[in-house]
Write a protein that binds this ligand. Structure first.
Ligand code: ADP
Length: 165
């Protein structure tokens, strides 16, 4: 099966990676779809986010990385996805995710949304938290893939940890 995993990925975290790895085992093919939404004022350009995901997933097979704008259901149709994948970290995610899943179902009723619960040790992770820590010079090496840690370091021009070159 082919899963579409849409998101902002600004930037990719180990929580996203956990989901991508598990989904690749479960479904075989995963299309990671990076939403290009300039109104969200992303920290990383679409090209940077695509490159981060490409590098971090190169050890996996069956992964495609694309950008999109517009409706997720249109992206899913264009890329022949069988399902939309989303992650749930806590009850606070649930209400919003359920609303989006119902909306997408109303637009394309053959398209199911499948939720994977985050691994407990990644449940605190979000792109915003990672950026906040990096902005103030805290270590993020345990939160994001190494290529993303380097990009965060460059972006905020701060030492991420004593072990970073
Ligand atoms: P969006 O702006 O669409 O929410 P995100 O990049 O923040 O984009 O998240 C994309 C998807 O990844 C969402 O389904 C979100 O719940 C999930 N996700 C984010 N962080 C984690 C995490 N730490 N563990 C598992 N899933 C996560």
């Amino acid at each position: 099966m082919r899963a579409l995993y849409p998101g902002s990925f600004d930037p990719l975290t180990n929580g996203h990676m956990d989901l991508i790895e598990r989904a690749s085992t479960l479904f075989g093919e995963v299309v990671v779809a990076v939403l290009s939404n300039p109104s969200k004022r992303p920290a990383f350009s679409i090209e940077q986010r695509l490159s981060q995901i490409h590098k971090a997933t190169k050890h996996l097979s069956g992964i495609e990385v694309i950008s999109f704008d517009g409706l997720t259901v249109h992206c899913a149709e264009t890329h022949h996805a069988d399902l939309i994948l989303r992650g749930l970290r806590a009850m606070s995610d649930f209400e919003y995710e359920l609303q989006i899943a119902h909306t997408n179902r109303s637009l394309a009723d053959r398209l199911e949304t499948v939720f994977l619960a985050t691994s407990a040790h990644h449940s605190f992770l979000s792109s915003s938290v990672v950026k906040e820590v990096a902005r103030f010079g805290g270590p993020v090496d345990h939160m994001v893939p190494c290529e993303v840690a380097k990009d965060l370091n460059r972006l905020f021009n701060s030492a991420l940890s004593p072990s970073q070159p």
